[in-house]
Design a protein around this ligand. Structure first.
Ligand SMILES: Nc1ncnc2c1ncn2[C@@H]1O[C@H](COP(=O)(O)OP(=O)(O)OP(=O)(O)O)[C@@H](O)[C@H]1O
Ligand SMILES: [Mg+2]
Length: 370
């Protein structure tokens, strides 16, 4: 009894110290559906965590509950060991960047950034110093006197970021901050946000439905589906070791086949036999990443050691710049192979019989309801 108490005390202390931000069974109910259902999450100090999931899965609702803009129906929000679930927004030490920027149109860039400090009654000389510092951080010093309508989308986005950073929040909350930017600017801003977040050692939650953003910027990825957590892990974890078919197909592209596992490490798929890691039994789905599959002329020799093989027919070739996507019909199932494009030269004509091969260890296998 005594022993147990000490042990649980130690465990609690450990979790509190490790987690800067902790969500305990956080729930938001609208009518009879849970927009967010009993979410549990620990975010250590200085980590950038992505909430990743399809539209409507509860990302914004979660972020706004953390910020204090939406009242949870249940559960707790704990920051640095203190329960802040009922704390008003303005008392929370958090910076927010909304998807829509939400800049004040009639104020200059500098005024927009200064606003939060003025509200907090910070002395004027300090406001000036900190605004200059925040604008330098996002490389906008030279545009301090402009109005938001005189800025590009990316520049407005950076003002929104400076406005959130200037109050030196202990937690930074970002809701799809890059979704309105073009591909090149998005790349730049990704690196910029990551650099600033690391330099300041700030704890941050980053909402996105873009898997590349989540994988490339964040320490941890939280994959959500229907208000619930599907998987939490490092970018490599969720990409290489997805725990559910949903995670596999949402975090990266996948090919999918259905089959019947025999319990001996083999799966019957149509007329073919594939080998899989482990010894699953019964109905399964099999997935593999398009870039891990090789395409070759039809090969009559047996599959090599450690590889799976299927024969099919090329139905379409798509040129996507750096990649070629080959669509292959395998017994009625369409599989995709991606390969580096060799100066736009296509491999074989549509209609050609081809062989697909990939490593057994690159074969993801999931149990499927019969
Ligand atoms: N005020 C509300 N009343 C009723 N339902 C709501 C309300 N706000 C959100 N919802 C519902 O809750 C669910 C989660 O919404 P949320 O905005 O958190 O999704 P999201 O993951 O941010 O999606 P998106 O990627 O489209 O921004 C959705 O099904 C949405 O329709
Ligand atoms: Mg949203």
């Amino acid at each position: 009894m005594m022993h147990q108490k000490i042990l649980s005390g130690t465990l609690t202390a450990l979790t509190d110290r490790d987690a800067h931000l902790r969500l305990d069974g956080l729930t938001k109910r609208y009518g009879d559906t849970d927009a967010v259902a009993a979410l549990n999450l620990n975010v250590p100090k200085g980590e950038l965590v992505a909430l990743l999931g399809p539209s409507g899965c509860g990302k914004t609702t979660t972020l706004r509950m953390i910020a204090g803009l939406i009242t949870p129906s249940g559960g707790r929000i704990v920051v640095g060991g203190s329960d802040i679930t009922r704390m008003p927004v303005y008392k929370r030490d958090m910076g927010l960047v909304f998807q829509s920027y939400a800049l004040f149109p009639h104020m200059t860039v500098a005024k927009n950034v200064a606003f939060g400090l003025e509200m907090r009654g910070v002395p004027k000389p300090e406001i000036e110093r900190r605004v200059t510092e925040a604008l330098a951080m996002v490389r906008l010093e030279s545009l301090a006197g402009r109005k938001p309508r005189e800025l590009s989308g990316g520049q407005q986005q950076r003002v929104a970021l400076a406005r959130a950073l200037v109050i030196r929040p202990s937690i930074l909350l970002l809701d799809e901050p890059l979704s309105n930017l073009d591909a090149k600017l998005r790349d730049e801003m990704r690196n910029e946000i990551r650099d600033i977040q690391q330099k300041l050692g700030i704890t941050a939650v980053f909402v996105t439905h873009d898997q590349v953003e989540a994988l490339s910027m964040c320490d941890k990825v939280v994959v959500m589906k229907g208000g619930k957590l599907e998987q939490v892990g490092t970018p490599v974890d969720v990409y290489e070791r997805p725990e559910t078919p949903f995670v596999a197909s949402f975090v990266g592209r996948t090919n999918r086949l259905e089959g019947a596992a025999r319990g001996d490490g083999t799966v019957s798929v149509g007329g073919a036999t594939l080998r899989v890691p482990g010894r699953p039994n019964g109905p399964v789905e099999i997935m593999m990443r398009p870039h891990r599959v090789r395409l070759a002329d039809v090969d009559a020799s047996p599959a090599g050691e450690g590889t799976n093989r299927l024969d099919g027919r090329l139905t379409r070739v798509t040129f996507v710049g750096d990649l070629l996507q080959y669509h292959v019909d395998v017994n009625g199932a369409e599989l995709i192979v991606e390969a580096a494009s060799d100066h736009g030269r296509f491999f074989r004509a549509v209609g050609t019989p081809v062989t697909l091969s990939w490593r057994i260890e690159d074969t993801m296998v999931f149990r499927r309801a019969a």
